[in-house]
Design a protein around this ligand. Sequence first.
Ligand code: COA
Length: 253
Amino acid sequence: MSEPIEKRRDGAILHLVLARPEKKNAITGAMYQALTEALGEANRDDAIGAVLISGKGGVFCAGNDIGDFLAAQAGQGASPGALFIQALPLLEKPLVAAVEGPAIGIGTTLCFHCDLVYAAPSARFQMPFVDLALVPEAASSLLVPQRFGMAKASEALLLAEPFDATEAHRLGLVNAVIETEALYEHALAKAKALAAKPRRALLAARKLLRGDPSAVQARMAEELVAFGEAVRSPEARAIFQAFLQKKARREQC
Ligand code: COA
């Protein structure tokens, strides 16, 4: 069985592939842990110039594993998901995403931490936190209004309306919509172009573009408290159970 996070090196590029296509690349605790370790490796290894992230099987990511949400208990300390989210503003190398198909929950909010995002026409972004009786995470309550404006952010985060690749491009989340066959090579070429720049200047420029990370970190901390309470609420647990039971019913058919 292949690893659910495939890690490849292509010259100066660390390529991370969400590789759990049978579950639409929904991210488990073990996968978050592997991703967090990979981001740490990118920071430590001078030979890595940029990180590229993509999903296997025509899907980017169906968000956090819903079974893991259901298993969340109080007093467990920071979850692997929380540790991954907190590692995002600490990543010192550029992060490039190639998005195909569904990008749900963290699949979308992760893109707000990327330097470049390329999407296939099939990409479909959605942040259904409120529909799941949850609250936004990964500083999306700060970054989505900043990027989209409050009107669109309310549609995306409160109404949980999905948006496609063209709309994501119009809103400034996606750099370009690229035909599926060319998506990976295009994103890889852009990651390589970044990695080939004078490294010190690139990293300093990136830091300046992003500004002080403390506001993002403070919002993440605030969201994580609210999220931790919400994920254990009876309302949310009933929704997670319904999702998983739907799966069980499909198996009986
Ligand atoms: N957690 C756990 N399992 C998930 C999952 C998730 N987030 N998303 C998908 N899966 C599983 C399904 O249960 C199904 O498992 P099964 O084959 O054992 O029944 C399998 O992945 C395929 O999903 P399915 O729903 O049949 O595929 P689809 O093409 O009809 O729909 C999605 C794809 C991504 C639109 C749909 O799976 C979905 O909405 N997933 C949940 C997204 C979500 O709410 N994530 C949390 C965000 S915070």
